[in-house]
Design a binder for this molecule. Structure first.
Ligand code: MF3
Ligand code: CO
Ligand code: CO
Length: 269
């Protein structure tokens, strides 16, 4: 019996049991199915509030709960972040118009396990510069995930993301990060989307966390609007984000939030 199982590392990171992967798989799959199901709704003329209402309905129908409703006073089943909104956009009366790009972020709780994932969507025709941003952001996430294996560090993940994004002359947001999750929504460590190789906590089997890089076409700085949630780019440049929940296995990584429909990216076209 491995004595470290079910314990905290010296960095305060929970190590889950092999049997815990199944709960994360089920929660992650549900969150991903919901992101698949809303694809046809994302059209010019649609409101972000209507998309959120459908997400809430699907969470309830699945016998799950929304992790975000009631979280620090947040009242919606998703965050919907349009154009220069970096994250935590509040769904509401906003009407999507042709060429808008948006991130939809859903977190469900199924049988006590948290599944957290987000993707980019497009209303109508995708503008060329937005397409490049979305491609780079998705590829940055997947390069970060490719750095997940026992013995690597969280700095290796951040470095893989940052070097790819900056190599494409875009910027990585520093003000928000990924997070441990499992039976809780947000746990140690902070998963930074920038960093130096070999730095930070060492990855061990049984760690569950998100990787969720936010990438801006312009500068990395953000500010939070007066609603206390909506984070936007200070320079009003376009921003994109993708998020997966993952687990460290004995020899690599398992992605819990892959799209059952194969539509994680692209969600359009
Ligand atoms: N799902 C977001 C994340 O990736 C958190 C949203 S918290 C909310 O961590 F309250 F804004 F919904
Ligand atoms: Co998250
Ligand atoms: Co999320």
């Amino acid at each position: 019996m491995d004595e470290t199982r079910g314990k905290l590392t010296k960095d305060g990171i929970q190590l889950y049991e092999p049997g815990d992967f199944e709960g994360m798989r089920r929660a992650g799959r549900l969150a991903a199915e919901i992101l698949d199901a809303i694809i046809p709704m994302v059209e010019p003329g649609q409101t972000t509030g209507a998309i959120d209402a459908e997400i809430e309905r699907m969470v309830t129908e699945a016998g799950a709960q929304s992790a975000t409703i009631g979280y620090k006073g947040y009242q919606h089943a998703s965050c919907i972040s349009v154009n220069h909104v970096v994250c935590h956009g509040i769904p509401g009366e906003k009407v999507l118009k042709d060429g808008d790009i948006l991130n939809v972020d859903v977190t469900v709780i199924l049988d006590g396990w948290f599944g957290d994932t987000s993707r980019m969507y497009v209303a109508g025709k995708l503008p060329r510069k937005a397409e490049r941003l979305i491609e780079v952001t998705h590829e940055a996430l997947m390069r970060g995930i490719a750095a997940v294996r026992p013995g690597n560090t969280f700095g290796d993940i951040g470095h893989a993301i940052q070097s790819f994004v900056e190599g494409n002359r875009m910027s990585v947001v520093r003000d928000f990060c990924g997070h441990g999750l499992g039976r809780v929504f947000h746990a140690p460590p902070n998963v930074l989307h920038y960093g130096r190789p070999g730095t930070g906590p060492v990855l061990e089997p049984g760690m569950f966390f998100t990787i969720e890089p936010m990438v801006n076409l312009g500068r990395p700085e953000t500010k939070v609007l007066a609603d206390d949630w909506t984070a936007v780019t200070r320079d009003k440049s376009l921003s994109a984000q993708y998020e997966h929940s993952v687990g460290v296995t004995e020899d690599g990584v398992e992605i819990f939030t892959l799209s059952p429909a194969g539509r994680f990216h692209p969600t359009y076209g």
